[in-house]
Write a protein that binds this ligand. Structure first.
Ligand code: SF4
Length: 421
């Protein structure tokens, strides 16, 4: 948006409700939105929601410009066997279940190599917590990938997995992370955050990593120079006030460490999630509404944009069409190509497991923005200002499920069946 148009749109904001107008005006003037202000903004509806979205888009323009980034990566979820029973998780299986699988290290490396050969710069590894896992497993897996593929960035192991590795190995968190880094770990996904509110966590996933433990793993990683992403899961039993307090906690950490690369809102995919499908959590909502998804991204830009810069819109959770529209509501990144997406697919997401660079470019250009391929820590690999598209072998894959396999095929086939050693 050019300065003249922005100026006239925002000159008075006299079409916005009186209680929200000063909060938006202050945000436009570059002031931090307080927790109280953020909570007030969660009530925006109708034209007020449009105003919130416009302000978010203006701040996105100032903070991140017109470039929309994406990363060429592959997910490898090496096992679905898990000792936890998070009620939002449709991916995990008990170790006694027929559908439990565990990919050998050689198969994880093969998948990473296949991705590298197709132009991926990152492999993203997260999985369940299988019983009696060797405590050094995550370190050994990292070393095996780095040894075979030293140029690939390893973005791996949620704080829940780091905690599990630490407990199983007897190494304190900081030492465990130090060993992971020495083995070649690049960055950590900041998942397993859900809502950083212990009372809500106890309702949806009792026994899961606590808020305090999550913050400990993340800040320990940042102190060691291991950057992390950050996420929020919403659309279940939380209230919008929880969103804002969650963001305020992340903002406080970021001011202290500067270690977060991005913030990724992840709306609950409800249909196969046990909390919903089995009625395990009374009052759980069927995911976020469209208006809530828009509001979340706009609020993220207002609350976090100044310190995080990067707000991601997830095509996996929202589908490519809504993810594209979120680029006008504060987002400046479309995430990764993924190649194998299992977590959301198992929960009932309908959007496939691969979106290639050409399609990401089309989504970005279609809203008047400029596509750029980035690395995991937001270093720009190439900006495509001239209308050119990358010549990616990923775009020539007709049937991603046949070529790369899928969660459905993996759990149905006995090839990598989990067995207790
Ligand atoms: S969310 Fe992670 S820790 Fe929880 S049950 Fe699923 S795989 Fe296990």
């Amino acid at each position: 948006m050019n300065a003249g148009v922005a100026g006239s749109l925002f000159a008075s904001l006299d079409w916005v409700s009186r209680d929200l107008r000063p909060i938006l005006t202050r945000a436009l003037d570059g002031h931090e939105v307080s927790v109280e202000g953020g909570i007030a903004l969660t009530g925006a509806e109708g034209r007020d929601l449009h105003a919130l979205t416009l302000v978010a888009d203006e701040l996105r323009q100032r903070q991140a410009g017109d470039v929309v980034t994406y990363v060429v990566n592959r997910n490898v979820n090496f096992t679905n066997v898990c000792i936890k029973h998070c009620t939002f998780c449709a991916f995990s299986r008990d170790h006694r279940e027929e559908e439990g699988y565990f990919l050998p290290v050689a198969e994880v490396v093969r998948r990473a190599q296949e991705a590298r050969d197709l132009g991926a710069t990152e492999v993203c590894i997260q999985a369940g917590l299988p019983p009696k896992l060797d405590g050094r497993y995550y370190i050994d897996l990292t070393r095996a990938i780095t040894t075979a593929l030293p140029e690939l960035h390893i973005h791996a192991f949620s704080p829940e997995e780091v905690l599990y590795g630490s407990v199983r190995s007897g190494l304190p968190i900081r030492e465990y992370l130090t060993e992971l880094k020495a083995a070649g770990l690049g960055t950590l996904p900041g998942t397993s955050a859900e809502i950083l509110d212990q009372a809500i966590r106890d309702i949806i996933a009792r026994g899961r990593i606590t808020v305090e433990q999550w913050v400990d793993v993340i800040t320990s990683a940042h102190a060691l120079g291991i950057r992390t992403t950050s996420t929020i899961m919403y659309g279940h039993v939380e209230t919008p006030a929880h969103w804002i307090r969650h963001m305020a906690l992340l903002r406080a950490i970021q001011k202290d460490t500067g270690g977060f690369t991005e913030f990724v809102p992840l709306s609950l995919i409800h249909s196969e999630a046990p909390m919903y499908s089995k009625g395990l959590v009374p009052g759980v909502r069927p995911g976020a509404t469209g208006a809530e998804v828009v509001k979340m991204h706009a609020l993220a830009r207002l609350m976090l944009g100044a310190t995080f810069r990067n707000i991601q819109s997830s095509w996996v959770k929202e589908g490519p069409k809504l993810a594209q529209l979120l680029l006008g509501a504060g987002a400046n990144d479309l995430g990764g190509t993924l190649i194998n997406e299992s977590i959301s697919t198992s929960a009932g997401a309908q959007y496939g497991q691969l979106v290639g660079p050409a399609e990401l470019h089309r989504l970005i250009r279609d809203v008047g923005r400029v596509p750029a391929q980035r690395d995991t820590v937001y270093g720009i690999i190439r900006t495509y200002r001239d209308g050119e598209n990358p010549d990616s072998p990923l775009d020539k894959v007709d049937d991603a499920e046949a070529r790369f396999g899928s969660y459905r095929r993996l759990i149905a086939s006995g090839e990598f069946r989990f067995t207790r050693g």
